[in-house]
Design a protein around this ligand. Sequence first.
Ligand SMILES: NC(=O)c1ccc[n+]([C@@H]2O[C@H](COP(=O)([O-])OP(=O)(O)OC[C@H]3O[C@@H](n4cnc5c(N)ncnc54)[C@H](OP(=O)(O)O)[C@@H]3O)[C@@H](O)[C@H]2O)c1
Length: 337
Amino acid sequence: MRAVAIQTFGGPEGLAVIDLPVPRPSAGQVLIAAEAIGVGGVDAVIRRGTLAAYGFTTGHVPGGEIAGTVTAVGDGVDAAWVGRRVWGFAGLGGGYAELAVAPAESLVPLPAGLSPADAVTVGSSGAVAHFGLRRACFAPGQSVLVRGAAGGIGIIAVQLAARGGASAVAVTTSSAARGARLTALGATHVLDRAGQAAGDAPAGYDVIIDVAAGPDLPSFFSRLNPNGRMVAVGVIAGYPPPDFAGPMFAAFQKSMSFATFSTDTVPPAERRAATAELFAAAVRGELQAVVHDVLPLAQAVLAHQKMEAGQVFGRIVLVPERSGSDPRAIACAAIER
Ligand SMILES: NC(=O)c1ccc[n+]([C@@H]2O[C@H](COP(=O)([O-])OP(=O)(O)OC[C@H]3O[C@@H](n4cnc5c(N)ncnc54)[C@H](OP(=O)(O)O)[C@@H]3O)[C@@H](O)[C@H]2O)c1
């Protein structure tokens, strides 16, 4: 099968198309013939070599989020999955390929009316946004700020907060054009990355969902209202300064809270249920999947170049070409051997 692997750490051009044997699903796993593969920010982090100390070597196939058809199952997995169209989460690698293995416990059936590209756009980002807002104890009538709102997570957090009855949904973004697109999705106030608003904006927020973190985190934390909650769900701008708790203690009487949040701590059944509901909302037209671009798998380099250039609003999706042998047939042949 064809896959895209990291040949050299560094820039996007370190990615290359290679031939690999079709993976065999181990116990608890399924094999999926991909129709759509999500390109995530963490793929770029691994590609740069930032996580080399954690066992990511050259030869690694990036990509975690896939939608397609189950072609085989490992031991202990219900064979009824074979032939079903699903969304699956492979983890931190293996996704940029015609066929990928994923844990059966991650699978969510693709509902009629949801394209594979939309599924990999809403799937994992939607879960982060949903559970991040829940961790922040967001309730109707409260004001929300989403930092780093133009990415996959932020775009869905904005929509969920607006749909959930937020009194205000402020966003940070780097351009007026992106601000306009976020406004169309439910944002009520647009701030620049430093937090300056073009017009009026709330002086404080009950909830801050922060995808960026980095050196500016403390100044945003200071904008929490009394009893406000900031939940960091990403670190696009790097780690915050080690003394970032200073503003919390300087304003002790405001009873503010800070938390990190990862969907890794959500039990699989809860993740599946939340993802299925997000898919259903997308089918009903209540949630918009913002697909920035759909590119052939072989153009993974271009996908990463667009990410590096900061051009992406939403999600880039890779699609394996179907001009050669059908990967489902390849998979069956490999399993039969
Ligand atoms: N918590 C979890 O379970 C979980 C799961 C998956 C991924 N993640 C994390 O989520 C992050 C990726 O999220 P994503 O895909 O939604 O984001 P993304 O698309 O990588 O970035 C979102 C937006 O942040 C803005 N941004 C970029 N650099 C910034 C900076 N230095 N300061 C402020 N804003 C900046 C950019 O918009 P503008 O140019 O418009 O400002 C960008 O479009 C990663 O840190 C990843 O590790 C977390």
